[in-house]
Design a protein around this ligand. Structure first.
Ligand code: WTA
Length: 664
């Protein structure tokens, strides 16, 4: 890879990195000319472009005759009269192509045991689960909640749902019983697939008992069956008539299972994510359009080849795990790594050791993981990437939050050996797949910028009235045209869908991403400047400030009022900072520490450990304007430890600023 120093045009005077001649040689998109030709094709004949790709990348049982139907905008339909099956596209057709003996998944357990499964064996497994589900009466259109950790069983469970046309909704294994209950109730699911336990960082953590707790909380009467995968084999409670071991579900089931051919718009999955208001929303994705973008982005952004060993470190509980573990790489017949554990166990060299052991070629992770591994590597040589043979790598990726240039350059140099392009992929749960990202064989890379839109994606930056802003001037990130893998609806709440994503401000015409962005004056490159709503991004996990505030005030005997803001954090990107007014006198010292711990545990119980506030500050009141609105900007300054420059003359009780100065 050659590095050239960019001219004055780049905002931060950073180096521009070009893909090496060797990478370019076999790249799917090998030049900016090739990239521009695709962009042009999409501009000239938008439907023709997507229609061509949908035919090339997917196998259709019934071919579609119409590409895009805008008659009920913003409820767009893609390939609506076509029929297909996602599981058939990921499994059967690879076996039919002669890839039956190819390894689909290399699974590495927390403790290091490795299990490999071929396409044929994965297809057999999925068919048996699918037949088992059918035998229980689960059918097309039913929802199935999956609450399981990273495993072949987890991927197979998702594929089995897709096979019979059941809509899966995976709930991240770190969410609490309360969060699980809320999602089960909202989906109206008929079954839950879980495991007895999960193993992370050498620790055995419960899953099934949390399902039991969630179901006792009430509102989950729709659940008829709970299927339990044996992970630990330790004793757990089973409710007769409701709970069945997965081994018994699949026992005697056939390894053939006719796929349910569904309409392209049939909901493949619901995935809950945080918004600025209210409860998490069930983002509804389609089958055809979603699968197309999953396959296409895996092909172009990750340049996936037949002999690649692809590793996306995300959990299947997040959208990244859906698109780049369960669907994209399998749709292309790739080989991928699935990892159960955590990057720091048994030590912070785990990722590097696994890349070495499995000869991983394409590696996709989050900036927060990179930043924490940098810290560890700088403190101890044995966990530094240089202590491992990472020469198999040819491409690196980043997702979930902005990657700071220093982390980008470390990743490039120490992990990629200064020869691997890095794709900084900007996208969202709602977008289904990459939206703005370099094409690794074509786009000159500038650390900290996600560069240019994926071919066909009409990303733009506008002001509050929807008018384009010139490059060099920041604004609101929108997408001007519908695209195949876009969110179709918020489950059960079309009004909220319209309000959140197609607001009247832009006459309901543009998709509102919820992020701010700026384009470079000369290159036109996009840099994401962060959320413009009350959504926080902690370690790449999305959380609404309101959700955490509700969790805090639900501690009714203690908390009178709470406000939550984010503050920058070196490792996690953003950290949760809570300002709390207690129903008792202001605590100090050890007592304040003890109450802070109690509140953190409470939030952990209400939402999950990821939402626990890092800083808790107590005050006798919160700073408010005369009309009683909480001065959030002021809270953000306090959270950051900044000098206060805002006008505080309207504060009723200025002494609270001193109280809030102390974080516990
Ligand atoms: C942020 C994860 C900067 C952004 C796939 C977005 C990013 C939110 C990037 C979506 C990136 C994701 N650069 N910011 N490359 N990727 N984001 O739904 O704020 O969990 O709106 O989807 O993460 O998070 P979500």
């Amino acid at each position: 890879m050659t590095a050239t120093t960019a001219g004055e045009s780049t905002p931060t005077q950073l180096t521009t990195y070009l893909p090496s001649a060797e990478f370019v040689k076999n790249a799917a998109i090998p030049s900016m000319d090739a990239y521009n030709a695709l962009v042009k094709e999409a501009e000239t004949d938008y439907e023709g472009y997507w229609g061509r790709l949908a035919k090339e990348l997917l196998s259709w049982k019934v071919p579609f005759t119409q590409v895009l139907d805008e008659s009920d905008a913003p409820f767009f339909k893609w390939f609506a009269d076509g029929k297909l099956n996602a599981s058939y596209n990921c499994l059967d057709r690879n076996v039919e192509k002669g890839l039956g003996d190819k390894t689909a998944i290399i699974f590495e357990a927390d403790g290091g045991e490795v299990t490999k499964i071929t396409y044929k064996a994965l297809l057999d497994k999925v068919c048996r689960i699918a037949n088992g589900l059918r035998a229980m009466g689960v059918k097309k259109g039913d929802r199935v909640v999956i609450y399981i950790s990273m495993s072949i069983d987890g991927v197979a469970a998702m594929q089995a749902c897709a096979r019979i046309g059941a809509t899966h909704s995976v709930v991240f294994g770190g969410f609490s019983a309360q969060s699980l209950r809320d999602r089960v109730e909202d989906t109206g699911a008929v079954a839950i697939i879980t495991a007895d336990h999960q193993v992370r960082g050498g620790k055995l953590l419960p899953l099934k008992s949390i399902v039991d707790e969630a179901l006792i909380l009430g509102g989950c009467d729709s659940i008829k069956n709970v299927l339990v995968v044996k992970r630990s084999g330790s004793e757990i409670a089973m409710t007769a008539g409701r709970d069945t071991w997965m081994d018994d579900v699949v026992k005697g089931q056939s390894t053939t299972c006719e796929p349910e051919w569904v309409e392209a718009e049939h909901p493949l999955f619901l995935l809950y994510t945080s918004g600025s208001t209210g409860k998490p929303k069930g983002v509804q994705h389609s089958t055809g359009g979603y699968l197309l973008h999953a396959a296409l982005t895996t092909k172009w952004t990750f340049d996936l080849k037949a002999d690649d060993v692809f590793w996306c470190t995300a959990d299947i509980g997040w959208v990244t795990g859906h698109t780049y573990i369960t669907y994209g790489p399998l749709a292309l017949g790739g080989t991928e790594i699935v990892f159960e554990g955590v990057p720091t166990y048994p030590d912070a060299g785990r990722f590097w050791k696994m890349i070495q052991d499995h000869k991983c070629t394409v590696f996709y992770t989050a900036p927060t993981a990179i930043r924490s591994l940098i810290k560890a590597a700088e403190a101890k040589d044995s966990v530094h990437p240089k202590s491992y043979d990472l020469s198999s790598l040819r491409l690196l990726g980043s997702v979930g939050e902005p990657i700071n240039p220093a982390a980008w350059e470390w990743y490039y140099k120490h992990v990629g050996g200064s020869k691997c392009p890095i794709v900084d992929t900007f996208w969202q749960t709602e977008t289904g797949g990459h939206m703005i990202t370099p094409m690794p064989g074509a786009t000159p890379m500038i650390p900290g910028s996600c560069t240019l839109p994926f071919p066909g994606i009409q990303a733009a930056i506008v002001d509050e009235t929807g008018k384009d802003v010139p490059n060099g001037q920041g604004g609101i990130l929108v997408v001007k045209k519908p695209w195949p893998s876009m969110i179709r609806n918020i489950w059960g709440d079309p009004e909220r869908f319209k309000k959140s994503y197609y607001p009247d401000d832009f006459k309901g015409k543009y998709y509102l991403a919820g992020d701010g962005a700026i384009r470079d004056e000369k290159t036109g490159y996009f840099t994401i400047t962060g959320r413009i709503d009350d959504v926080l991004n902690v370690s790449g996990h999305r959380m609404g400030t309101m959700e955490i505030e509700s969790a805090l005030v639900s501690c009714t005997d203690l908390v009178a009022e709470a406000a939550v803001v984010g503050r920058p954090d070196d490792t996690t990107g953003e950290a949760v900072c809570a300002f709390v007014v207690l129903k008792r006198s202001l605590p100090m010292g050890d007592e304040a520490k003890a109450i802070a711990k109690q509140l953190r545990d409470h939030v952990g119980k209400e939402i999950g450990p990821i939402a626990k506030p890092k800083d808790i500050r107590f005050g006798e009141n919160l700073p408010k304007t005369r009309s009683g609105k909480i001065m959030r900007r002021l809270l953000r300054s306090i959270a950051k430890g900044e000098a206060i420059t805002q006008d505080t003359s309207t504060l009723e009780n200025p002494a609270i600023l001193d109280q809030l100065g102390q974080a516990y």
